[in-house]
Design a protein around this ligand. Sequence first.
Ligand code: COA
Length: 337
Amino acid sequence: MSRAAVLCGLGGALPTTAVSNEELAGQLDTSDQWIRTRTGIRSRHVVAPGEATSDLAVAAGADALASARRTAPVADVDLVVLATSTPDRPCPATAPDVAHRLGLGPVPAFDVAAVCTGFVYALATASSMITAGVSERALVIGADTFSTILDPVDRTTRAIFGDGAGAVVLRAGEADEPGALLGFDLGSDGSGADLITVRAGGSRQRSTGGPADAGDHFFTMDGRPVFTQAVLNMSRSSQELMERVGWTPADLDKVVAHQANIRILHAVGEQLGLEEKQIVANLDRVGNTVAASIPLALRDAAADGELLPGHRVVLTGFGGGLTWGSAALVWPDLAAG
Ligand code: COA
């Protein structure tokens, strides 16, 4: 039997403050109707002043660890991987602080930055470390607070993005167990780096000598090409992964795709030949929570009884970089956080 990483805990956390479309329409030239029909989003959560990505990551991590303990007595995790593109500060990584505040001891802890694909990249990293025998049990967190880097007057990005954190616990197990991560498909295309970007704050802008241009510290996105690339790459990546693990689209019960826009989810579903009920969606309540998107969608779908033990599930993400990635598993019987 071959060693595999097995999903055994699931949790999440959202900031307390929810912002409805109507509230946004009171501040910007937009409307509930535009946002709902063009994106499917009704509301999103935003952090309070002073609340940071690590605060959400700690809450989601604690929730996932509690869920793992309810499913089966588990020993402490020996690895923390945090997917985020909004770390508390540029240096050091946020994961060691999260591990420390969760009381996990001197475990290896590091950040993975792949924007909205971050969670799938982090899952692949932790899974590989488990199958290689480097780790026995890993906490994988996706957490972002994009509200802290959005341009306050950009109606498009403010309508779409929300803050949050989601987390899973992985343990070493066997490849034929429910919950075992059966395979990954990962990719990138750096020629699209400017489509989703924060221009300032890194080594490139500093090397020009002068202060950054006004606005360059804000997140920008070129929505239309991103939309097209998201559909293309999530569909292709899911299909290639299914071929690799020996599933046909008819075998698939649920696809849990990055929650960016309901029209993207429907287009991916169409490409994969899925019915609407097979596509997990919670973006109406949370918007695009970047690295938190897929684990929060998993948490909500498990809590709502949409994801059931034995379901064949593909997770698929797309984001800045450009990056994309997919993972396949049979859904385990676990107690959500
Ligand atoms: N309210 C009202 N109007 C808005 C708006 C808002 N919140 N945001 C954009 N618009 C306007 C635009 O200014 C534009 O107006 P114009 O025609 O006068 O120039 C019009 O709506 C159409 O803009 P467009 O960008 O073509 O809209 P769209 O239908 O492509 O929807 C997105 C925009 C951003 C919702 C969509 O492109 C999208 O979801 N892209 C992918 C986002 C994504 O996946 N991001 C994360 C990937 S990691």
